[in-house]
Ligand binder design. Structure first.
Ligand code: CP
Ligand code: NVA
Length: 309
């Protein structure tokens, strides 16, 4: 049975904690410039159907740092963009590389790919989920707050792939998550239902609200993301009008724990989902640590999936 990493809901709390420990070890080794090449001979295929700065660089540079290699594939470069089926693409690419990451649109595309792939598949963002980002964010929270137990995380804006991923993370790990969105842009209903079931075991509190101040109250982590995700450019105007009350700004952060950290998966839009004074406040904002931690969390995931730990 090949293991994939498509959603955090497929991991146990113990598995996530172990991935975070391994991420930290990899980080220490890379930072101290140790000769550490556990991915020697391993090749990662990287399929991007949407643009990327962080995901591409963190996967590609990370693979090379640990002795492996990576091949970047955009739909313009491969026959997938000219109508070759996902099923055939998965079976063919699996014959050349050891592991694949995919950034795509509908979540069902990555599920179909994984079903036919004979090598592990990692979700590098779909319309539904972005698990790699949340793993890196959890590593960042652990570093900054010293714990991921008993944290209160508040997410503001669009109930998008980041919000959905945070909902699964809270459900598995058992922390408190508040998600504040406009009525018409709540997180995915299936994700919420599954998460609430998981929460009965983990003890997570998952609160969906339309009130940003309520969500921010005493929060340890304030998180936001773009209001119109990749592929939703046509909805930008409508969404922006509704999202305005959910901007993370100097007024909103007053409700948070005084030692709150501000997080954003990036790319950020100052003056839209976050005020410049908040995202650029180095006392609280940890956005570049999050971006850096993508490398270590993803390398840990790769090592785990291909059994190089
Ligand atoms: N956060 C994130 O996934 O960034 P990119 O879109 O630049 O990869
Ligand atoms: N929600 C955003 C995340 C970008 C990293 C998007 O899907 O465009």
């Amino acid at each position: 049975m090949i293991r994939h990493c498509l959603s955090l809901k497929d991991l146990t709390k113990q598995e996530i904690l172990e991935l975070l420990d391994l991420s930290q070890q990899i980080k220490n080794k890379i930072k101290s410039k140790q000769d550490y090449k556990p991915l020697s001979g391993v090749i990662l295929g990287m399929i991007f159907e949407k643009p990327s700065t962080r995901t591409r660089l963190s996967f590609e540079a990370g693979m090379k740092r640990l002795g492996g290699d990576a091949i970047f594939l955009s739909p313009r470069d491969i026959q997938l963009g000219r109508g070759e089926t996902i099923e055939d693409t998965a079976r063919v690419i699996s014959r050349y590389v050891d592991i694949v990451m995919i950034r795509t649109f509908e979540h069902s595309r990555i599920e179909r790919f994984a079903q036919y792939s004979t090598v592990p598949v990692i979700n590098a963002l779909t319309d539904l989920l972005h698990p790699c980002q949340v793993l890196a964010d959890l590593l960042t929270i652990k570093e900054k707050l010293g714990r991921i137990e008993d944290i209160k995380v508040a997410f503001f804006g669009d109930g998008n792939n980041m919000a959905n991923s945070w909902i699964y993370a809270a459900a598995v790990l058992g922390f408190e998550l508040r998600v504040a969105t406009p009525v018409d842009f709540a997180p995915n209903g299936v994700v919420v239902k599954e998460a609430l079931e998981l929460a009965t075991k983990s003890g997570a509190r998952i609160i969906l609200t339309n009130n940003p101040e309520e969500a921010a109250k005493d929060a340890d982590v304030l998180y936001t993301d773009v209001w119109a995700s990749m592929g939703q450019e046509d909805q930008k105007e409508k969404k922006h009008a509704l999202m305005r009350p959910y901007q993370v700004n100097r007024e909103l952060v007053k409700y948070a724990n005084k030692d709150y950290i501000f997080m954003h998966c990036l790319p950020a839009h100052r003056g839209e989902e976050v005020e410049a004074e908040v995202i650029d406040d180095e006392k609280h904002s940890v956005i570049f640590d999050e971006a850096e931690n993508r490398t270590y969390a993803q390398l840990a995931t790769i090592m785990n999936l291909i059994g190089r730990v």
